[in-house]
Design a protein around this ligand. Structure first.
Ligand SMILES: Cc1cc2nc3c(=O)[nH]c(=O)nc-3n(C[C@H](O)[C@H](O)[C@H](O)COP(=O)(O)OP(=O)(O)OC[C@H]3O[C@@H](n4cnc5c(N)ncnc54)[C@H](O)[C@@H]3O)c2cc1C
Length: 374
């Protein structure tokens, strides 16, 4: 026992754990974040950083869409606060995301999606082939149509993580690296055990350990079994000097998305693979992404490939996060799957409120971690 008792211990220093730690400290709680060591396969550093509730609309996921939209509304303030206090300029890509159809089949399915988005009252605009190419001249000439989601945008998650580490320390939270949590205990005196044998007590323990959240002993099996890793391979491309980057607009098709970063790099992602904790970058994964990217923007083929990365998304059976109390003193904040960057602000605000006041706000109520059967 190290003798210090924290109001909240957060297991996991990815975007979710850091965001909760920041907001909880701002509410006056003493916070310790335990991070086993920023593994290269953690999703937060791999993510493209799209804040795309409208572009990513999925049939039948209406409750999740409302949560995504609410978090998107909070992102502007979150980014401004982070940029100001974290000393980092979170580049603003608020030019929307353009979802492209390249052939007749894709155009038909895009038009069904457009109708659905309109039924839901989302801000979308149908663009002709010519209008798409006027917006982004580098698009392939076979572009048939597109949906512009004007409110969707992107941030660079690595800058967000840097800023969060700065602001949460200024807010008084402690972030410990190299701290591997091997067991959690709920009940009247919640605590965590580390691989060193050390035990640390807390008012509440929050599990924000991404896809590893299901692997920490002490979490009820009904909850831990609901989290699984979903592999995603993603590429970074750089313009070959002295060429300018081929695109300025965030683009996606059914097969690939391209996110231009302010320095000229383009992120191309991402595969979705059920491979357990495997994080190997594969020739097949890279080939498929580059093929699809080249079909969307031929100029991509001239770029230098500077990084291939595989990250593990925390998936759940219904693709929605696990948010809230599981047992007295034990809270889950994981399972954000493809939208953990987008969902960071609403998760952080809601879980911090739960930690400080004991009540989970209404917008998180539908994401009870115990909703799956034993
Ligand atoms: C290729 C790819 C692209 C993506 N693109 C987007 C996107 O464009 N937009 C979007 O919103 N989302 C995107 N996502 C999803 C998003 O990245 C995730 O949902 C989000 O990062 C999850 O964050 P997290 O903090 O829960 O998990 P993680 O980032 O995995 O962090 C969990 C942390 O917990 C630590 N940990 C685990 N076990 C322990 C332990 N026992 N003790 C101590 N520490 C522990 C790990 O080391 C890790 O650092 C993408 C994901 C991938 C893989």
């Amino acid at each position: 026992m190290d003798g210090v008792r924290y109001d909240s211990i957060i297991v996991g220093g990815g975007i979710i754990g850091l965001s909760i730690g920041w907001r909880a400290s701002q509410l006056g709680l003493s916070v310790l974040i335990l991070e086993k060591g920023d593994p290269p396969d953690a999703a937060s550093a791999a993510a493209a950083g799209m804040l795309a509730p409208v572009t990513e609309t999925t049939f039948g996921e209406d409750a999740l869409l409302q949560l995504n939209l609410e978090s998107a509304r909070r992102w502007k303030g979150f980014a401004e606060e982070l940029s100001f206090a974290g000393g980092i300029n979170l580049a603003d890509h608020r030019r929307g995301i353009l979802h492209i159809a390249l052939d007749r089949d894709q155009s038909e399915s895009l038009s069904r999606l457009f109708e659905y988005q309109q039924e839901l009252g989302l801000q979308v605009q149908w663009l002709s082939s010519m209008a798409c190419r006027r917006l982004e001249p580098a698009l392939h000439p076979s572009t048939r149509a597109g949906i512009l989601a004007q409110g969707d945008w992107a941030v660079d998650p690595r800058s967000v993580l840097d800023a969060l580490r700065t602001v949460l320390r200024s807010a008084g939270a402690t972030l410990r690296h190299g701290a591997v949590v091997t067991k959690v205990k709920s009940g009247p005196s919640p605590s965590v055990r580390l691989d060193t044998g050390e035990t640390i007590e807390a008012g509440t323990v929050v599990i924000a350990a991404g896809p590893w959240s299901g692997q920490i002993p002490g979490i009820p099996s009904r909850v831990s079994r609901a989290v699984r890793p979903v592999k995603g391979q993603i590429l970074r491309l750089r313009p070959a000097a002295p060429m300018p980057p081929p695109i300025t607009q965030i683009l996606r098709t059914e097969e690939v998305y391209l996110v231009p970063r302010p320095g000229g790099e383009i992120v191309a992602g991402a595969t979705v693979e059920e491979k357990g904790f495997d994080t190997a970058a594969t020739a097949g994964g890279v080939f498929e992404l580059l093929r699809a990217a080249g079909e969307l923007v031929p100029g991509i083929r001239e770029m230098e490939l500077v990084e291939v990365k595989a990250g593990l998304r925390p998936g759940t059976p219904d693709n929605a996060p696990l948010l809230g109390t599981v047992e007295p003193g034990l809270v889950m904040a994981t399972g954000h799957f493809r939208n953990g960057v987008l969902l960071a602000p609403v998760t952080a605000d809601g879980i911090a409120e739960l930690l400080a006041k004991g009540d989970l706000p209404a917008e998180l109520a539908g994401f009870d971690p115990r909703r799956f059967q034993e």
